[in-house]
Design a protein around this ligand. Sequence first.
Ligand code: NAI
Length: 719
Amino acid sequence: MSNALTLTVDAGIAVITFDLPNEPVNKFSASVIAEFESLLARIEADTSIKAAVLISGKPDNFIAGADIDAFLDFESAKDAETASATGHKAMERVERSRVPIVAAINGSCLGGGLEVSLACAYRIATENPKTVLALPEVQLGLIPGAGGTQRLPRTVGLQAALDMILTGKNVRAKKALQIGLVDEVVHPSILRDVAIQRAREIANGTRRHEEKKHGAKEMVLEDNPLGRAVVFRQAREMTLKKSRGQYPALLAALEAVAAGFSGTREQGFAAEARLFGEMAATAVSNQLIFLFYATTSLKKDSGVADASVKPLPVKKIGVLGTGFMGAGIAAVSAMQNVPVRFKDMKHEQVGRGLAAARDVLKGRLIKRQVTRQQFEDQLGLISGTIEYTGFGSVPLVIEAVFEDLAVKHQVLAELEPKLPAHAIFASNTSTIPISRIAAGSQRPERVVGMHFFSPVHKMPLLEVIVTPQTAPEVTATVVAFGRKLGKTVIVVNDAPGFFANRILAPYINEAGRMLDEGVPIDVLDKAMLSFGFPVGPVTLLDEVGLDVAGKSGAVMSAAFGDRVQPSAALGKLIASGRLGRKGKKGFYLYDENGKKGGVDESVYAIIGVPQRQQSSPALVQEIQERCALAMVNEAVRCLEEGIVRQPRDGDVGAVFGIGFPPFRGGPYRYADSVGAAELVKRLEALNAKYPGRFVPSARLVAMAADGTRFYPATGKPVG
Ligand code: NAI
């Protein structure tokens, strides 16, 4: 038995404290559930106990959900179904308990944590900003399996429940109170006392859990079978459209919720268990669970091999260049309460940068993620200069000036004498090798790359680029700082394109080659959307900017030769003066506000395509194969050359940096799912048709020969 739970009884009220030993958060596992059930049995049997409270012993976590390690032990859908049914029994016991149980929620209350709370007679949440309630199972390709699809709709209404279940989003205490997910919100310091008090009141009949009354519109829709059918149909249509059918758990969750309305109570729970089992056995869930492990393990990775290396404290930063990226970097730093000295050449540029950073921060105020006071305070942390005043005390400068080596060297030369001796110079360059930037430094060991993605406040990845000279302390410091900014950080070695842009280059070029061959723009984009990318490659070119893509393509082809020769189509469009969305003229049409319309048909005349190809399933398959395999093959080369340290980093980098389909796990996970031998066969076939561009990487060939994989076939995918 795990001894995760302790029971104290005072004046007839039992307090169950959940505090899983040696773990930062509370998780449900089979042994914890067994312990919980035996404790409930004791409470039931002890007639001196009138009511109970369930509370956590952790500072900012109530219960984080099920222990995902246990999911790895499922050998079949049936195993997972049985685990869900076991959970149901435990929750049922809570719900039918002789004594009323009050959930006292402080900190994150996720998955199984929320499901046990829903089975309780009363729920109190604290106003602690860390208190969030959610059913995030769909993010792991699963559905709630401990009664969530049955109890949540009954508690908050069908639409609010679907909104939570189908997105997995966090609900804060105030909103939880509004929608009836909790009965009361209190200050954390009085949570325990209030919970005991409420438990006593419910036991002696002086307080009852009040059913939340839903609004008139919701009642019309939800309180009759016809209205519910409308809600389900709309939810299903929207889900299919958004997920393109690639995330089966979304439809399974809808089915489970619907089963709770159409049949008996038992049938609803049985449907949930069955569908949970089916989803746990899907490849999609397997990949999403891998990504969860991969990002979790990256959070513990200092970025350097030597565990004795410690990051330096970064209490203030300098940002050079107040343009698009500089403003984003300044804003995310201020969000973490880190003061920023913000430098550009002219006051008007600084002014523009400050306004852009303000807009990003304002977005959080509008969404009520911060109070006006917090917004004002954070804005006040960014101060501008056109000289280097204030840089004498910054331990880290992030450079985001023009993408031009001479300019980067110029700012480095101006800045270095003014910085503290240990200060770190991090460049946000997207294409210039860091070692070339470092060559202009007096202290090349303090130079590193911090490659943010755009828009900085939305994109979760940070690629840290190190050269052979970069000091380990420098790497550890920027990794720790990137993490503080909320980013998932991968460390890669210095080479043209680093990792993310390197693997993107052959993918984009292959799409460009197909434009040259007369493949229609929308057919290309749709094919890659249905493969699972969030935007198609041609739309991506417009988004990035055709000039930027052209420059980056030139760098990549200079480095990698024929393999990534840019297409003629892109060159012709650039020569015609098109810039993509920022210039409101690209492959697609844009209105005055930059909103994208349909394909700009006049592009075909510029490309000079003799005849446009007809879309067909075979063409779609060829597009997907050429684009995706060019990327996967390049990713394997990056591993071969030591650009990425391990497949985990490359998979996370591809998914979070450039939108590789999460349900495919990343390029290496995808390669494993296809199999090295099959991949080599397909690459060779493509290479016969398009010589030079699809030569299988040596590592893939070796893996095909000895039948090895990037990841173990079973068990925990990463440590
Ligand atoms: P931008 O053109 O919006 O901003 C550059 C800023 O640097 C301008 O405000 C300019 O006045 C300033 N600047 C130029 N020379 C300066 C100097 N000597 N001292 C101080 N400030 C100076 O460019 P953007 O897009 O923000 O790019 C900046 C860097 O970030 C580039 O290296 C780019 O490759 C990289 N990057 C850009 C991404 C993007 O999507 N735009 C993505 C990732 C990296």
